[in-house]
Ligand binder design. Structure first.
Ligand SMILES: NC(=O)c1ccc[n+]([C@@H]2O[C@H](COP(=O)([O-])OP(=O)(O)OC[C@H]3O[C@@H](n4cnc5c(N)ncnc54)[C@H](OP(=O)(O)O)[C@@H]3O)[C@@H](O)[C@H]2O)c1
Length: 259
């Protein structure tokens, strides 16, 4: 697209983890619609390719790249760095740390392996990807957005490992927001409430309608979320219009954090 001087403007580039389903897929579609180039990251290449096809159905010229990567692996940072180099990505405008996993369990019964997995994926995954992308984000004074959870702010008995991994993410994000501000890079966090995505067992269950009805009654705004409920604010936080916003932790949750 030409700018005011008639020069061709370089498309902005966002890397989104967990882009093969749920919230990450909705984010990819939204950014593609805004003419951003999107790097789709996740473990399953097929799922990333499905998201890429959906983006192209909406924007036939969409620029999309699929990066299969397991963010829980110890060498995920170097794998991401190599992939970015091999694919000629020289700068980034935004990184969305969205990939995540969920597990139930209380303090006395939760499996320690589940604790490890939650921290590997939900806390260290964003850290590894951020370290890989940071030199490229610095070039464009870009933005980092973490998709955390209401459960990272509000204690519940039976989601302790997940909640603790997201609480750690929130705290790290604010510490890093101060450090990254020196480079003009912003770091913000969205805490979604209950959103209908494959992360929940009920998503494909036969009794989904009944479950949703029960959950609906707990939500101050009267329904659970859809992935699209998050995309506008996520896009705004990654865009130049939010250039004075960093370290924010924003609930988008139908009001559930209030009750
Ligand atoms: N849905 C909700 O109610 C809700 C509420 C609060 C917060 N969140 C957060 O929102 C984010 C997105 O979740 P979602 O609800 O959209 O669920 P989802 O559809 O299950 O998406 C999670 C994505 O993360 C990817 N992923 C998981 N482990 C990974 C790993 N080790 N390496 C790379 N990618 C990995 C998955 O793709 P692969 O399997 O292909 O890797 C998947 O696409 C998560 O961080 C979740 O904690 C969700």
């Amino acid at each position: 697209m030409p700018n005011a001087q008639g020069q061709e403007r370089k498309p902005q580039i966002v890397a989104i983890s967990g882009a093969g389903s749920g919230i990450g897929q909705a984010l990819a579609l939204h950014f593609a619609q805004q003419n951003w180039q999107v790097i789709l990251i996740g473990r399953r290449l097929e799922a990333l390719q499905t998201t890429a096809s959906l983006c192209r159905e909406i924007v036939s010229s969409a620029k999309l790249l699929c990066c299969p990567l397991d963010l829980s692996s110890a060498d995920a940072q170097s794998q991401a760095e190599n992939w970015l180099r091999q694919n000629g990505i020289l700068s980034l405008d935004a990184l969305i740390n969205n990939a995540g996993q969920f597990v139930r369990g209380d303090t006395l019964s939760a499996d320690l392996a589940d604790w490890m997995r939650m921290f590997e994926v939900n806390t260290l995954g964003p850290l590894r990807l951020t370290r890989a992308c940071y030199p490229l984000l610095k070039i464009n004074r870009g933005a980092i957005l973490n998709i955390s959870s209401t459960l990272g702010l509000k204690a519940t008995v039976d989601t302790v490992a997940y909640s603790a991994s997201k609480a750690a993410l929130n705290n790290w994000a604010q510490a890093f927001a101060v450090q990254a501000a020196r480079d003009g890079v912003r770091v913000n966090t969205i805490c979604p409430g209950l959103v209908d995505t494959p992360i929940h067992g009920f998503h494909k269950a036969a009794d989904k309608a009944q479950t949703l009805e029960q959950l609906r009654n707990l939500q101050p705004l009267g329904r659970i979320g859809r992935p699209e409920d998050l995309t506008s604010l996520a896009f705004a936080l990654c865009s130049a219009g939010s250039e004075w916003t960093t370290g924010a932790v924003v609930n988008i949750d139908g009001g559930i954090h209030l009750v």
